[in-house]
Ligand binder design. Structure first.
Ligand SMILES: [Mg+2]
Length: 273
């Protein structure tokens, strides 16, 4: 497959110097069981800790995911009160290009998933939930907060009433994408972005990244390529391996990564994430 990287004004081909990977359903498929576990944990949390009725939990979960990018961002938007830590308790190695994971999941989930995949040492960094949302708010008392009835709002929208904005930064928000690139010192013009979500792919395309939809062989709007699985990556992008070997800058990428991750994480976290 021919790779169509961005060209500058003089029509010189820009080399890829970073691969940015989503985690869930991209680095591993749902069939591995981790994805299903996460969905079950989210629903259990909503029912047990937030008092959401079991009969509407799954529908609410899906609806909030669709509206806000993650169920958690939606729950905060409609005014459920919880701390972020509490909520979230629940072939690549051979490529000498800087590799970073960008997940909406928290760092414990990312660490566990990467460990389970045996890929802890494959990445120079992880941009995760805590990277974009470093401080957890102090929840207001339940009697001070009126939960926004999103089911009613979407079924019968009232004039002048808008969906509340979530305070949480996550994909596919453009603000979240830009913040992730800034924190990790990533140039979108020289980065390939891998994700299974059509919305995330479209957002990445909007800010100039080269995009690969994972988990499908059919390209969608905003996707430069579509790959059934990352296992096909070497066949799809042989030039990455060839070009990277020649590029001395790549060998310095690990050092750059340490510079940003060390601000927020201790040595143990840095190793895992
Ligand atoms: Mg995903």
């Amino acid at each position: 497959m021919e790779m169509e990287m961005a060209y500058d004004g003089r029509e010189q081909r820009r080399k890829c110097d970073c691969l940015l990977f989503d985690l869930d359903d991209t680095l591993y498929p749902v069939t591995s069981g981790i994805g299903a576990d996460v969905v079950r944990n989210i629903q259990a949390y909503m029912i047990d800790k937030l008092g959401v009725e079991e009969s509407i939990c799954l529908d609410l979960c899906i609806l909030l995911y669709k509206q806000y990018g993650t169920t958690m961002a939606g729950l905060r938007a409609i005014r459920y009160q919880f701390g972020y830590d509490d909520y979230h308790r629940n072939i690549i190695l051979s490529l000498p290009i800087r590799k970073v994971v960008f997940t909406n999941g928290d760092k414990i989930h990312a660490s566990r998933a990467l460990k389970r995949l045996g890929m802890e040492d494959c990445f120079q960094g992880v941009v995760c939930f805590e990277t974009l949302n470093p401080t957890s708010p102090t929840p207001l008392p339940a009697n001070k907060v009126e939960i926004f009835d999103i089911l009613k709002h979407l079924a019968h929208p009232e004039p002048g009433v808008h969906l509340p904005k979530s305070p949480i930064l996550c994909k596919p928000s453009i603000d979240a994408m830009l913040q992730a690139l800034k924190v990790a010192s990533i140039n979108p013009q020289t980065t390939i972005f891998f994700d299974d979500s059509a919305r995330n792919i479209q957002a990445a395309k909007q800010i100039g990244m080269h995009t690969v939809l994972v988990g499908s062989s059919e390209r969608i709007k905003g996707a430069d390529h579509a790959l059934e699985s990352l296992h096909n990556m070497k066949e799809a992008f042989p030039e990455l391996w060839e070009e990277a070997v020649k590029d001395e800058d790549v060998r310095n990428s690990r050092g750059r990564e340490r510079a940003w991750s060390s601000k927020a994480d201790d040595d143990k976290d840095k190793k895992a994430l």
